[in-house]
Design a protein around this ligand. Structure first.
Ligand SMILES: Nc1nc2c(c(=O)[nH]1)N[C@H]1C(S)=C(S)[C@@H](COP(=O)(O)OP(=O)(O)OC[C@H]3O[C@@H](n4cnc5c(=O)[nH]c(N)nc54)[C@H](O)[C@@H]3O)O[C@H]1N2
Ligand SMILES: Nc1nc2c(c(=O)[nH]1)N[C@H]1C(S)=C(S)[C@@H](COP(=O)(O)OP(=O)(O)OC[C@H]3O[C@@H](n4cnc5c(=O)[nH]c(N)nc54)[C@H](O)[C@@H]3O)O[C@H]1N2
Ligand code: SF4
Ligand SMILES: [Mo]
Length: 747
């Protein structure tokens, strides 16, 4: 085949939420060259080192090309698609008829680069009467979402391009991004003497190297660090009274309590000098604008929901909302989760479900019980929970206890190996794809990606997989589809009308909409973009919820917006907000932000008696299980060769600990926790403080060897983590705070 060197295909990187626009040159099915897409509406040509390695995702060598069924003896038999769909639908029906649709649990629906397929899963769940779902958000962001629901009513994003003060809390954007064009933005801040970067991290990260102030807290003590900062803001009267009076309610309650905070004691507990804490608070309290970003360092540690609340109070008490350089609410293409202030509860353990998601750390407990309402079946798409959730052994036991496990993935993963059926999906470069990581303000962007290659033979895009299952379940009367198909041929106006009429007759039309759209509008879309049909409904929603912002972005109505999505191969701006509009996103009476959250204020009041240390004599080191590095990704690459460095995934320890424990650089160490044990190569790294160690995420996959066995490189982190170490409110895990023992191993 002649290399297709003339054509650059537009797409996006799928490794983190920024989804940088890229261009790919193919050579057959190989990605010969990859570069940033300068025309991309959000990232303008920027990429980090990882995007250039995406051929290892596309052609990494462990792709599935046929559905698999697991037999009684544990082996897999390849089966054809019709058989797979028929058998799975029949078994799902049996579970539903025996135990009720609510006993069918859905996990996943998208990773860092693919949410379009998952948008169709809701219709399948509706067809089955399933009510419970979860995804990886429920092991990181649900505590933050719970706090957001109480305060601003939704997610906020920091304007780091313009902020006078940028605060990164348990976040290392140099490596993990999250901020678009992160390295450029961080370097710009560092260069500018009028701007200040504050990093709160026990590790002197690459981001901390660029910071003006680094609060190198003891691991797991952020609640005290932030309580101290807030205490100073209030006690030195650095709060924005005009903002609090005009825009919030209950500020007095919060201020009164923060007046009681013993700042010196907080400083001692978190290990930061009181002077430095005071200087930091004054910097925040006197700045013209402050933006903050909290991430896994606090969200996967002790007191995480409380920490989210305290973080948000630092910028709310100082009036840093809805103005340039501060925190902004924003529009969404589709919200990643809908949070409210009193989430419903799980059926067995009664855990709160912020965002409507079952906390990842209770899933095994919801299954491993004889409770009548336990989950009996699980559908897992675009996620590898047997590897990524706390306590892999417990999760494996839970999977084994289910009547049916169906996994939809491009590869045979650690989770797939434990499934009853594995369905092979087309890769993210072989189908129409998009993410709903639309967090920007004032210009919010969205990128629908066209396929770069045809699907690998034997694979299907997820919307087609869900549609086939729904057809097999006979969930929608054929007449409905005929009406909509006829209307689709008459044009979009007729279609909209027909849809509205159906919805008026039958409420389930909305829940089944993705499927209805896929079957009826989908086939009329250009360039085989059938999977984009669901975006039509999302465009209607945008036109309804943000009409002025949509028009400012140049879209007259939902239809022109939908067409722009289909045609915008470098992404489009779908809403253009104005700073004052930000208040419209605050759903509370008078658009005021209610500051007190009594349950969290109670936890704050208890800090004096809350343990700040969780290590013991047996497990004296705090292990951060999952550090983001230059060559880590989630389990998106199933091919170790993608890494140019750190091939083993080293265990980083300080030279102090290395000396104490008898570890040497490059030698093997054994790591032991309450749950398990593992081995890793030691790297002495004085970015870490004594008593703190770090292992990278994304390692420890069981990859096939040539002789048909599997081989594991690096540590599968969740063999070491514990389900019960979780936040009392959101149930989010303590992956960044695992008490461990580390010992040298003979070479
Ligand atoms: N290179 C790379 N980038 C990625 C990913 C990847 O796998 N690799 N994954 C993506 C995903 S899914 C996510 S969610 C993001 C996560 O992005 P981040 O949250 O930035 O990543 P982490 O390295 O897990 O944790 C951030 C920091 O928390 C610090 N930390 C550990 N313990 C504590 C503590 O007790 N207190 C405080 N304040 N900090 C602490 C760590 O030292 C680390 O520097 O990254 C995304 N980007
Ligand atoms: N101990 C510890 N555990 C952690 C973390 C940590 O720091 N420490 N980090 C956590 C975080 S923040 C996250 S976000 C999770 C992520 O963990 P997971 O939710 O498990 O996500 P990924 O590892 O990204 O796995 C994505 C899966 O999707 C598959 N896939 C790729 N493309 C497609 C596609 O087009 N269609 C389908 N159907 N499948 C596809 C991949 O093969 C892979 O199996 O891990 C979490 N687990
Ligand atoms: S920042 Fe890097 S990993 Fe994230 S989307 Fe962009 S290129 Fe990919
Ligand atoms: Mo994540």
């Amino acid at each position: 085949m002649t290399p297709d060197t003339a054509t650059w295909h537009k797409s996006a990187c799928i490794l983190c939420e920024n989804n940088c626009g890229i261009q790919i040159q193919t050579d057959g099915r190989r990605f010969a060259k990859i570069r940033g897409d300068k025309q991309h509406v959000a990232t303008a040509g920027y990429t980090c080192n990882k995007a250039l390695r995406l051929d290892h995702y596309q052609n990494g060598g462990t792709r599935l090309t046929t559905p698999l069924r697991r037999e009684a003896d544990g082996t897999f038999t390849p089966i054809d698609w019709d058989t797979a769909i028929r058998e799975i639908a029949a078994r799902l029906k049996t579970v539903r008829d025996t135990h009720g649709g609510e006993s069918i649990f859905f996990y996943g629906g998208g990773g860092q680069g693919n949410h379009l397929g998952g948008a169709y899963s809701g219709a399948l769940l509706r067809a089955l009467g399933a009510r419970y779902r979860s995804n990886p958000l429920a092991q990181e962001k649900t505590g933050e979402g719970f706090v957001d629901a109480h305060l601003t009513g939704g997610h906020t994003t920091g304007d780091f391009q313009n902020a006078e003060v940028s605060l990164f809390l348990g976040k290392n954007p140099w490596q993990s991004h999250g901020v678009p064009r992160a390295r450029t933005v961080l370097k710009d801040i560092a260069k500018d003497p009028t701007r200040t970067m504050i990093v709160i991290d026990p590790v002197r990260t690459e981001t901390a190297d660029l910071a003006d102030i680094h609060l190198q807290v003891r691991p797991g003590t952020d609640a005290w660090c932030l309580a101290g900062l807030l205490g100073i803001l209030v006690q030195e009267d650095l709060v924005d009274h005009a903002f609090l009076t005009a825009r919030t309610t209950g500020a007095d309650t919060v201020i009164e309590q923060l007046n009681e905070v013993d700042v010196a004691r907080c400083a001692r507990t978190c290990g930061v000098a009181e002077d430095l804490l005071r200087r930091t608070a004054r910097t925040i309290g006197t700045a013209s604008s402050v933006a903050t970003y909290e991430d896994l360092g606090v969200q996967q540690g002790p007191n995480s929901t409380l920490v989210s609340y305290l973080n948000k109070l630092t910028w709310l008490l100082t009036g840093n909302f809805a103005k340039p350089g501060a925190m902004q609410p924003h529009s969404w293409i589709a919200p990643l989760a809908r949070y409210d202030t009193s989430p419903r509860r799980t059926p067995v353990t009664g855990a709160r479900m912020p965002g409507g998601l079952v906390p990842c750390n209770v899933i095994a407990e919801e299954i491993l019980t004889d409770h009548h309402d336990r989950f009996r079946a699980m559908i897992i798409e675009s996620s590898n929970p047997a590897h990524s959730l706390a306590d892999s052994a417990a999760f494996a036991q839970a999977l084994a206890a289910l009547d049916l496990v169906v996994v939809i993935d491009i590869a045979l993963t650690e989770t797939g190996r434990q499934a009853d059926y594995v369905l092979p999906a087309a890769s993210q470069f072989e189908k129409w794809e998009a993410t709903f990581f639309t967090f920007e303000f004032p210009h919010n962007t969205f990128h629908l990606r066209a396929p770069v290659l045809d699907p690998l033979p034997g694979t299907l895009p997820e919307p087609e997989i869900y549609a086939r299952l729904i057809r097999e379940l006979n969930a929608v009367p054929g007449g409905r589809l005929t009406v909509l198909r006829t209307a689709a041929r008459l044009g979009r106006t007729a279609y909209q009308l027909a849809f509205a009429v159906l919805a008026a007759i039958d409420k389930s039309t909305f829940a089944m909409a993705p499927y209805l759209l896929y079957e009826t509008l989908g086939p009329t879309l250009p360039a085989g973009a059938r999977s984009a049909a669901v975006l039509w409904a999302l465009a209607q929603r945008i036109a309804k919820e943000y009409p002025a912002a949509m028009r400012r972005a140049g879209h007259q109505n939902a239809d022109t917006l939908f067409d722009a999505m289909l045609e915008g191969h470098s992404g489009i701006t779908f809403t253009e907000d104005e700073y004052d509009d930000a208040w419209n996103y605050v759903p509370h009476p008078g658009h005021r932000i209610p500051l007190p959250i009594p349950e969290l204020l109670a936890l704050l009041a208890d800090l004096d008696t809350t343990p700040a240390v969780h290590t013991t004599e047996d497990f004296p080191i705090v292990l951060a299980a999952g550090q983001r590095r230059a060559f880590t990704a989630n389990t998106i690459f199933r091919d170790n060769a993608w890494r140019k460095r750190d091939q083993q995934g080293t265990l980083r320890v300080s030279s102090h600990d290395a000396e104490q424990l008898g570890l040497s650089d490059g030698a093997l160490a054994r790591i032991t926790t309450h749950r398990g044990t593992a081995q890793a190569v030691v790297e002495i790294d004085d970015r870490l403080q004594p008593g703190h160690a770090a292992l990278p995420n994304g390692f420890g996959l069981d990859l096939p060897t040539e002789d048909g066995a599997t081989e594991r490189t690096g540590v599968a982190l969740n063999t070491l983590t514990d389900l019960t170490w979780r936040d009392p409110i959101a149930g989010t895990p303590w992956h960044k705070h695992v008490p461990a023992r580390i010992e040298p191993l003979p070479a």
